[in-house]
Design a protein around this ligand. Structure first.
Ligand code: UDP
Ligand code: MG
Length: 316
């Protein structure tokens, strides 16, 4: 064994109506973790499940002292469940987030920890295929990543998942974020750090229901987009500018027509185009206001301005 002090790992699992699958999850996680030289624990966060998940969690925790349970007062969504779990694990050397439905194979954990030992601070996974996604969900997810990578400050590879290992540095940084609307994955991607990706094939869910309805996913997508991009705010401004330019062009065309070629555009026609021009100006004004709102947004979320990875020398 290389180290005298064992490193510790916490496995954080968001649980929403997963009572049937929890035993299998626990067994597989245990089997994998016992092969690794770490001090480990499993944190099961019940995200306000309506089924017997919490009873199951308590039962498993009473059998296995390495298992801890946490119940949220209602369904807050996976992002918050993960945040809650991770925040309570500030004392460990690394946190691994994994879904409860076994769509994230626990057998991949040794690969994650191996990369971590190589010095990567974030070891993320990329899903190569998902067996049970509907075409709509697949399309939605593709479209989402396409828009996100183009128009936001983030660069997330498509199909990156929440199954990832976070070094304690990353966990501690995460605790500094105070924003209310958050996309866990997005925040972590925003942070930087040394990051690597491991591909895997996700099996279909064998028990329980997919907890993420289309509506939930859509809201998550909108939230993520608006918290990492000001494009929607700027959009009105751009639209205004386009309208101004176009109506000026048309006005010019009509004027030259009337003066040079004897075309006969009525005053009403001029008035209509002029009106459109005014609408353009109003939208531009709105766009300006939006820019300021954008600044307010940036101030209000109070993200750390920069993140330090390491220090060298004496710093007291
Ligand atoms: N989940 C949660 N709260 C929710 C929805 C889901 O904690 O409101 C958990 C769920 O129990 C599972 C993980 O988040 O462990 C992923 O959920 P799901 O399998 O429904 O999503 P998908 O696999 O489609 O990403
Ligand atoms: Mg799933």
């Amino acid at each position: 064994m290389p180290d005298t002090v064992q490193k510790s790992i916490a496995i954080v699992v968001p649980v929403y109506n997963e009572s049937q699958g929890l035993d299998a999850l626990h067994q597989r996680l245990r089997a994998v973790m016992e092969t690794l030289p770490y001090d480990w624990r499993i944190v099961l966060v019940d995200d306000g499940s309506a089924d017997a998940s919490w009873e199951k969690i308590k039962e498993i925790a009473s059998r296995d002292e390495r298992v801890k349970g946490l119940m949220l007062s209602r369904n807050f969504g996976k992002e918050m469940a993960l945040t809650a779990g991770v925040e309570l694990c500030a004392d460990v050397d690394a946190v691994i987030c994994i879904d409860a439905d076994l769509q994230h194979p626990p057998e991949l954990i040794p690969t994650l920890t191996a990369r971590w030992e190589e010095g990567y601070e974030i070891v993320a996974t990329v899903r190569e295929a998902v067996a049970d996604y509907s075409p709509l969900k697949k399309f939605g997810s593709k479209a989402f990543y396409w828009v996100m990578t183009r128009y936001s400050d983030l660069d997330i590879p498509p199909s990156s998942t929440d199954f990832r290992l976070l070094d304690r540095k990353v966990v501690h940084t995460l605790l500094e974020f105070t924003e209310r609307t958050r996309m866990f994955r997005g925040l972590i991607d925003w942070m930087g750090f040394r990051k690597t990706y491991i591909p895997f094939v996700a099996p279909a869910r064998d028990t329980g229901q997919v907890g993420y309805s289309f509506k939930k996913l859509f809201n998550l997508a909108v939230n993520s987009f608006t918290s990492f991009s000001l494009l929607p705010l700027r959009f009105t401004g751009y639209l205004g500018l386009t309208i101004i330019a176009l109506s000026l062009l048309v006005l010019g065309f009509m004027l030259t027509g009337n003066v040079l070629w004897g075309a006969n555009y009525t005053p009403m026609a001029f008035f209509t185009v002029f009106n459109t021009f005014l609408i353009g100006i109003v939208l531009c004004g709105l766009g300006m206001v939006s820019l300021y709102i954008g600044h307010i947004h940036t101030e209000v979320v109070q993200r750390p301005l920069y993140i330090i990875r390491e220090r060298a020398g004496r710093w007291e």
